[in-house]
Design a protein around this ligand. Structure first.
Ligand code: COA
Ligand code: AMP
Length: 632
């Protein structure tokens, strides 16, 4: 039996022994009473009774162990033409001081702090400072609009919001403060204070009494110490798309999360303290939480925060420059980033300009990795390229190639094998296990390993309904796929209304809710269609009310604007068309899946339950005019 197989089986046979040993690598104020409390509800909990602080383990522990002068964080920002570095000691001191700022504003253990920031070190500092106080952060991605921000403010009920005057996109400056003010205006919950980091590219107007200036407050603040919390206390809430417009508030605990993060750095990514690790993502997504901030810092690595794009800032050599300049050992990004580079530099000419000998491997996740992109990256980089599969809900890889345990042979298109603690099964709709090669619902048998969500914020019932109810004793991933004869997993599609646009998880249901609000729209459907660059793109089909005031292009432009305004530019909603009717089953369910297949020119069968088959001809024609269904 190989080393991976032995470890994997041991993790399932003896989770207490496996994770109890892993947890000893971190520092605890009080040891846990139970490694795994199997009686906890709604799901078993890790390290119950243990007292812990994530910030202490990510920063202070390293300074105390003599790692204080090592670079902890590098900010590389081609969009502002600037670079900054923090040693572990400097980062600990900044974080402790900002924790003092938050404490002066009344933030205590258990309070929520919402963070709406661009990719600047202050975002990571705010996250770690919140964790230092035992408070709970909730980071909201900068590409979301005021309305989405307001939904999260209402759900998380933050005492304080931390933001910046602006974010910088290659083609424009995104002023955050007007969006934040609008969100607070719409929200029913009002934060007591907002801390605003003023960037030179835009100056934010401050609201007296509520808003305070980051720099001024930092100059006056005293450092705050770490506050011990229970291992099971929440570290953060991260909202992610579900099937409706109301996002799910994924809760992450302190102890289990840190143990899984720390373990994964060595065993999956094969990096150690002192190595340079770069996740080219955004702190607003789970990849940013896990592998820009917590994972690398818990492991004592140097982490890179990159404020730029894979192309255009300034060219498709941007990633290679960063790797060679800082000696990056592992790069982690989304396949979309590589598709963008490949499109602009198919021969890899920019690669030739840089020395990438420091690089050990490339990890890809966030969306299905098409074999072409994987092979292109392998060939051009001449390094292992590893697709791995995970979700906001788990916080780390469910399946991967564990480079630090034992590199396994790659199969292009598969994110490889289940990681320790993940007892992955493939079930049919009745709950029977499928045989190798047969597609089904991918589930994980309880208990989930450390770091996986214990619930949704303030909503145990939604957690149970969304993830546990369908197959008692199992967690429903929402993905469909199969396991092959060699035990490799193949993740083929979602089983819900979630789509993946440029590695960003979005809800078509949420977009439908926005379109349905337009006074001229009688009904609508949003589907995810295949896109060569972004993996998927949302496409809207709307049916007008009788006597609609607007129609045609004018209406479509308005609908595109509406989704951008309500959800945000990140939705990349640009395709919409007016149709006479939507195809439905006899019971009235819209046949979204069939429309996706028609749009993507995939094989499809006429659904037996369809109400009126002729509608599909009209839909095919409408999709062709948009460049889909073979109309390109
Ligand atoms: N704040 C404000 N707006 C943002 C934003 C942010 N943080 N991030 C993205 N946007 C905007 C973009 O400016 C763009 O607006 P536009 O419609 O006015 O052009 C829109 O949201 C869509 O953004 P994006 O999907 O990033 O598309 P793009 O065309 O700007 O860039 C890629 C294309 C491929 C370069 C880019 O998607 C990319 O780097 N993808 C990598 C994927 C990734 O990192 N995923 C994270 C999960 S691992
Ligand atoms: P997110 O929660 O934003 O990380 O998105 C998680 C979803 O993205 C998963 O449920 C999958 O649908 C998809 N996904 C992530 N990584 C992969 C991968 N390596 N292969 C296929 N799909 C993936």
């Amino acid at each position: 039996m190989g080393r991976y197989q032995e470890m994997y089986e041991r993790s399932l046979r003896d989770p207490e022994g496996f994770w109890g040993k892993a947890a000893q690598a971190l520092e605890w104020y009080e040891p846990w009473e139970k490694v795994l409390d199997r009686d906890a509800r709604p799901v078993p909990r890790w390290f119950t009774g243990g007292m812990f602080n994530t910030c202490h383990n990510a920063l202070d522990r390293h300074v105390e162990a003599g790692r204080g002068e090592q670079v902890a964080l590098i900010h590389d920002s081609p969009v502002t033409d600037s670079k900054r570095q923090y040693s572990y000691r400097e980062l600990r001191d900044e974080v402790a001081r900002f924790a003092g700022v938050l404490r002066d504003l009344g933030v205590e253990k258990g309070d929520r702090v919402l963070i709406y920031m661009p990719m600047i070190p202050e975002a990571a500092i705010a996250m770690l400072a919140t964790a230092r106080l035992g408070a709970i952060h909730s980071v909201v991605f900068g590409g979301f609009a005021a309305n989405e921000l307001a939904t999260r403010v209402n759900d998380a009920e933050p005492r304080v919001i931390v933001s910046a005057s602006c974010g910088i996109e290659p083609n424009r400056i995104v002023e955050y403060k007007p969006l934040l003010d609008e969100a607070i205006e719409i929200a029913t919950h009002k934060p007591q204070h907002c801390v605003i980091y003023q960037r030179p590219q835009a100056s934010a107007d401050m609201i007296e009494g509520r808003d305070v200036d980051w720099t001024q407050r930092m100059a006056q603040a005293q450092a705050a110490d770490c506050v011990p919390v229970l291992a099971t206390d929440p570290l953060y809430i991260l909202y992610t798309s579900g099937t409706t417009g109301q996002p799910k508030g994924v809760v992450r605990d302190n102890g289990g999360h840190a143990v899984a993060m720390h373990w994964s750095m060595k065993h999956i990514y094969n990096v150690e303290a002192g190595d340079v690790y770069w996740a080219a993502s955004d702190v607003g997504w789970v990849v940013g939480h896990s592998y820009i901030v917590y994972g690398p810092l818990l492991a004592g690595c140097t982490t890179i925060m990159y404020e730029g794009k894979p192309v255009g800032t300034p060219d498709p050599g941007a990633f290679w420059r960063v790797i060679s300049e800082y000696g990056v050992k592992v790069l982690f990004t989304a396949p979309t980033a590589f598709r963008a580079i490949k499109k602009e530099d198919p021969e890899g000419a920019y690669l030739q300009q840089y020395d990438l000998s420091c690089m050990q491997a490339l990890f890809l996740a966030g969306e299905r990795c098409d074999p072409d992109t994987l092979r292109w990256a392998e060939e051009k980089l001449d390094k292992p390229v590893i697709d791995h599969w995970w979700q906001t809900e788990t916080g780390w890889a469910i399946a991967a190639n564990p480079l630090g345990i034992e590199p396994l042979p790659v199969k292009a298109g598969s994110p490889m094998v289940p990681m320790p603690g993940h007892d992955v099964r493939i079930l049919d709709d009745e709950g029977n296990e499928m045989v190798a090669g047969e597609m089904g619902n991918i589930v994980i048998r309880l208990p989930l390993p450390p770091s996986c969500l214990p619930t949704l914020w303030n909503n145990d019932q939604r957690f149970i309904d969304s993830y546990l109810a369908k197959y008692p004793g199992y967690y429903l991933t929402g993905d469909a796929g199969y396991r092959d004869e060699d035990g490799y997993l193949w993740i083929m599609s979602r089983t819900d209304d979630v789509i993946n646009v440029a590695g960003h998880r979005l809800s078509t249901g949420a977009m439908e809710e926005v379109l349905a609000c337009h006074s001229d729209v009688a009904e609508c459907a949003v589907i995810g269609v295949a896109d060569d660059l972004k993996g998927q793109l949302p496409l809207g089909l709307v049916v007008l009310k009788a006597g609609a005031e607007k129609e045609g292009e004018a209406l479509c432009r308005e609908l595109v604007g509406l989704v951008r305004e309500q959800i945000g530019p990140v939705a990349a909603f640009k395709l919409v068309t007016v149709v006479k009717r939507l195809p439905k089953t006899r019971s009235g369910k819209i046949l979204r899946g069939t429309m996706v297949k028609i749009a993507d020119c995939a094989e499809w069968k006429m659904p037996a339950t369809i109400d009126d088959p002729a509608i599909l001809d009209e839909i095919t024609e409408a999709l062709r005019l948009l460049g889909y269904a073979g109309g390109r």
